[in-house]
Design a binder for this molecule. Structure first.
Ligand code: BG6
Length: 461
């Protein structure tokens, strides 16, 4: 492994969607905010030349709000371009030439996963892998087995510490804020366990459908798309033990230990749904039973969490776009004031997307002679979503060789292990109306615990 920053950035799929939507803006941010100055080489098979790549970059940046030509030029001046087939050795020979003296190039594979192996192997054969880094995007396989196959394949060409698997949720500052809030305070740790916590909920709601991604989504579904990765990462941030020692893998080691302790889901602990209208999205197969909504109940087999249910819910076409966590505390052991109160107890609520909003729910006395109260929420912090964009943060970390915010082989495997048994239609898929909180069947999952907490829209959305 090299600790040295990358001295060139190569991105495959340079003419594609991911480059347009995420990579150019992220690179621009790094050039503008962090003075990135290394050669940036786009590779694609499009019959393009460098000028077309520069135009495409400029177009992407303008689309993303960068209007100043001089700023745009700072990025486009760094661009180089190699046009060619990924199966052609000549493409990689030319890339090697373009890399010149670079010893630690970072290779970002913004290409379909079926090409990961082909490109990684060709990089190795042409002498561009040694000392370099590889960045890849989900999906990492389609299930546990294919994920392992991919890992074994990549391991032939790049050592594990040089592989950076992007889960863009980890690049979101509010997600990092979960571990920060937990471990930068000492008052939470003593109550962060089965003795005080009744249940935990994580809801990722989106008020839009699958848009123009019908064909991709219909091969994927909500479990693979966001539960196996983003939401299990959020779960780990919420429930892992504090990292120990100074070792740079300390954080990921604790996360891996937690995810390996999650009991694999089974068909009894999942409710799947599909919104009305999904079947007419272009690219979706007629009669598709792919889920656009999922709710699961899972448990962590550890002393800290034994018996505490964790509910995860994700869906498209729900009433709001918001990801929020609710940690529900247990009720007091005795009803000292004999109030007839609903089953609510105190909570900690953390909104992690699109903005940060952390609130603590407590019961306080109402003014008057009687000992009766009401539930109120103290807002601990509210931060507008003005963070470094996740891709900029992650690409910057990968260039610096910092792996903490990336998936690791054992972590990805542990995540697949959790969902393996509920993939592929093992339960019915219930219909729901767009703009609702999914099928009613999901209510039964939380029985005996705090009801589903439906996040309110973030201010200004
Ligand atoms: C992606 C999923 O990984 O995350 C999408 O494929 C989802 O379906 C997206 O919409 C959500 O990310 P964000 O950052 O917009 O909340």
């Amino acid at each position: 492994m090299t600790e040295k920053p990358s001295d060139a950035v190569v991105f495959f799929g340079a003419t594609g969607d991911l480059a347009y939507k995420q990579i150019f803006p992220a690179l621009m941010g790094l050039v503008r905010d962090e003075g990135l100055k290394v050669p940036i080489i786009g590779v694609a098979k499009a019959g393009w030349g460098l000028d077309q790549l520069k135009d495409r970059a400029a177009d992407s940046l303008k689309h993303h709000g960068v209007t100043d030509d001089a700023t745009i030029k700072r990025l486009t001046d760094l661009l180089r371009y190699v046009d060619g087939d990924y199966n052609d050795e000549g493409t990689f020979a030319e890339l090697r030439q373009q890399l010149g003296e670079a010893k630690h190039p970072l290779h970002y594979l913004a290409v379909p996963p079926s090409l990961f192996g082909t490109v990684a192997e060709a990089l190795a054969k042409s002498g561009s892998a040694e000392g370099g880094r590889l960045v890849i995007e989900k999906p990492f396989g389609h299930n546990r087995e294919t994920s392992k196959t991919l890992s074994r394949l990549l391991a032939k060409f790049f050592p594990e510490e040089s592989i950076f698997r992007i889960d863009h949720y980890l690049g979101k500052e509010p997600v990092q804020n979960i571990v920060y809030t937990r471990f930068a305070n000492s008052f939470l740790e003593p109550i962060w366990n089965r003795d005080h916590i009744d249940s935990i909920q994580i809801t990722m709601a989106e008020n839009f459908g699958v848009q123009d991604r019908g064909a991709f989504y219909d091969e994927t579904g909500a479990i693979r798309d966001v539960v196996q990765n983003h939401l299990l990462q959020v779960l780990a941030q919420l429930t892992m033990d504090p990292p120990t020692g100074e070792e740079h893998e300390a954080m990921r080691d604790q996360k891996a230990a937690l995810l390996k302790a999650v009991r694999p889901l089974d068909s009894l602990s999942v409710v799947r749904g599909q919104y009305d209208g999904y079947q007419s999205v272009p690219g979706v197969r007629a009669g598709s039973s792919v889920e656009t909504f999922v709710a699961v109940k899972l448990f962590i087999e550890s002393w800290r969490w034994e018996g505490v249910p964790i509910f995860i819910r994700a869906g498209k076409m729900l009433p709001v776009t918001c990801t929020e966590v609710l940690v529900a505390f247990k009720r007091p052991p005795r009803e000292t004031f004999n109030e007839i109160v609903p089953t609510k107890a105190g909570h900690l609520r953390m909104r992690i997307s699109p903005d940060v909003n952390i609130g603590m729910g407590v019961r306080v006395k109402l003014p008057g002679d009687r000992m009766v109260g009401e539930d109120v929420e103290m807002i601990l912090t509210q931060q507008a979503p003005s963070f470094t964009p996740p891709y900029q943060r992650l690409l910057g970390d990968a260039i610096r060789g910092i792996g903490e915010l990336f998936g690791r082989d054992d972590i990805i495997d542990a995540q697949w292990r959790v969902v393996e048994a509920i993939l592929d239609n093992v339960t019915p898929v219930y219909r729901y109306k767009p703009g609702t909180w999914g099928p009613d069947e999901a209510e039964a999952l939380v029985e005996g615990h705090a009801r589903w907490h439906n996040p309110r829209p973030a201010e200004g959305t």
